[in-house]
Design a protein around this ligand. Structure first.
Ligand SMILES: *Cc1c(COP(=O)(O)O)cnc(C)c1O
Length: 389
C-alpha cells in the first residue's frame, strides 16, 4: 500500500464503522468463546460454514485458516500429483501460483483478457498444455472470468477447473456463485477482502461431497470425518499426511456477524463505484474505468482504473492524503520465486500493461460521497495537467 505516517484524509481501506455497529454482537460471542474455552475448529466454525453455504449456494463449505491454504487443500483434494502442471493467469495475487507449488504442482502461465483481467483461453501459449491437468481461473476486482468459455476450453483439453475465487464473495455468473463453476473454489477472509475477518481465514466451496470430505480431512492433520471440536474422538486416525489449516473461532464469530451486513456493504460499494464512474468518465488520461452494470448483485471488491501516469498519480494523491494501492505491480512470471521458468518481458503483454498502469482507488463501506468527490477532483486536477485536452 502507498501509505504515509500521518493519518490519511481518505484511507485506502477502513471498516471502523462496520465494526462499531457490530461490536456488541461480536463482543458477546467472544465472551462465550472465552467462557467455553473452544478457540479453534468448533461448532461455531460449522455455523459459519452453513451460513456461507446458504449465502453462496454451495453444497459444502469447509472453513480453513486462509485463502492460500484453501487453494492448496483444494488442489490436493482434487488429486493433484507431484509435477502436475496447473494453468494460471500471469496477473494475480502471488498465492494463485504459489499455492500450486505448495501443493506439489508447477504453475504454467497464460496472459489475461484485458476486459476481465482473467485468464484468456485464446492466449494460452503453444505447448502449455502438455502435462497440464488443471486450469485455475481467477476472478479479480469486480469481474468474473468468462466461465462458459473457460469450462468449454477445459473440457476440450481434459482439464479440471479449480477457481481462485478468493476475491469473489457475492459474485455470480449465470446465477452460479464464483467458485462453483468447476470442481470447487475458495474464499479469502483476509481483513481487506469484501468479507474480512480480524486476521487470516478462508474457506473451500464445492458441490462434491467426496472432495469436501478430503478437504475437511486435509485441514485437520488428515483425519477423516468432519468431526469438529477440541478432542475429535479417540480414533485420531490420519488417512492423509494432512495440514493444520483449521479456522479460529474468533474469526468465525467475526465473520458470522459481518455476514449479516454483507449485502448492505456490497450495495454501498456499488453506489460508490457508480459515483466514481460518473465523475471520472470525462477525465482525460483515465484509459480504463469499470462501469457498473447496474446488476443488483454486482460486487466491487476493488475499484481499479488504468492510466499511463500511474506512479506519478499515486504519488500526487498521497500528497493530498489519498491512499491508493497497486494491484498487482509485477506479473507473476516475473516474481523472483518463478525466475527459473525463464520468462522474459514481452511474454505476457496484457498482464505487463496492466501491472504498469492499474491503480486501485479507495473503496469501502466507510467511504463517503464527498471523499469519492475529493479523490475524483484530485485525479482530474493531476491528469488534466498531464494530458492536455
Ligand atoms: C487474497 C487472495 C488470495 C489469498 O488469500 P489469503 O486469505 O490472503 O491467503 C489468493 N488469491 C487471490 C486472487 C487473492 O486476492
Amino acid at each position: 500500500m502507498v501509505s504515509r505516517v500521518t493519518r490519511p484524509t481518505v484511507p485506502f481501506f477502513s471498516q471502523a464503522t462496520t465494526f462499531e455497529k457490530l461490536w456488541p454482537v461480536i463482543r458477546s460471542e467472544v465472551d462465550k468463546i472465552f467462557d467455553n474455552g473452544k478457540f479453534s475448529h468448533s461448532a461455531r466454525v460449522e455455523s459459519l460454514e452453513n451460513a456461507l453455504a446458504a449465502y453462496t449456494g454451495a453444497r459444502h463449505v469447509i472453513g480453513v485458516n486462509s485463502g492460500t491454504d484453501a487453494l492448496v487443500l483444494l488442489l490436493r483434494a482434487c488429486g493433484l500429483r507431484p509435477g502436475d502442471r496447473v494453468l494460471v493467469p500471469a496477473y494475480s495475487f502471488v498465492a494463485t501460483a504459489s499455492s500450486v507449488v505448495l501443493a506439489g504442482g508447477e504453475p504454467v502461465f497464460a496472459d489475461i483478457d484485458p476486459e476481465t483481467y482473467a485468464l484468456d483461453p485464446a492466449r494460452v501459449p503453444a505447448g502449455a498444455l502438455e502435462g497440464t491437468r488443471f486450469v485455475m481461473p481467477v476472478h479479480l476486482f469486480s469481474r468474473m472470468a468468462d466461465m462458459a468459455a473457460l469450462t468449454a476450453f477445459a473440457a476440450a483439453h481434459g482439464l479440471q477447473v479449480v477457481e481462485d475465487s478468493a476475491e469473489g464473495i457475492g459474485m455470480r455468473q449465470d446465477g452460479v456463485h464464483a467458485g462453483l463453476h468447476g470442481r470447487g473454489g475458495v474464499l479469502s477472509f483476509f481483513p481487506s477482502k469484501t468479507l474480512g475477518a480480524l486476521g487470516d481465514a478462508g474457506a473451500v466451496l464445492t458441490d462434491d461431497p467426496d472432495l469436501a470430505g478430503r478437504v475437511a480431512a486435509l485441514r485437520h492433520h488428515g483425519r477423516t470425518g468432519r468431526t469438529l471440536g477440541h478432542f475429535p474422538g479417540i480414533a485420531n486416525e490420519s488417512v492423509h499426511a494432512g495440514h493444520n489449516s483449521k479456522m479460529d473461532d474468533l474469526q468465525a464469530a467475526v465473520l458470522l456477524a459481518k455476514l449479516t451486513v454483507l449485502d448492505e456493504d456490497i450495495r454501498r460499494r456499488a453506489e460508490l463505484a457508480a459515483r466514481y464512474a460518473r465523475r471520472l468518465a470525462e477525465v482525460p488520461g483515465v484509459t480504463r474505468l469499470p462501469r457498473p452494470s447496474g446488476a443488483p448483485d454486482e460486487v466491487f471488491y476493488v475499484y481499479l482504473v488504468e492510466t499511463d501516469h500511474r506512479d506519478a498519480l499515486a504519488a500526487h494523491l498521497l500528497g493530498q492524503g489519498i491512499e491508493t494501492e497497486v494491484y498487482y505491480p509485477r506479473p507473476l512470471p516475473f516474481q523472483p520465486c518463478f525466475a527459473s521458468l525463464g520468462h522474459r518481458p514481452g511474454d505476457f503483454p496484457v498482464a505487463e500493461a496492466a501491472a504498469g498502469r492499474a491503480l486501485a482507488l479507495p473503496l469501502h463501506a466507510d467511504l463517503t460521497e464527498s471523499q469519492v468527490d475529493r479523490v475524483c477532483d484530485a485525479v482530474a486536477a493531476f491528469l488534466t495537467r498531464k494530458v492536455p485536452a
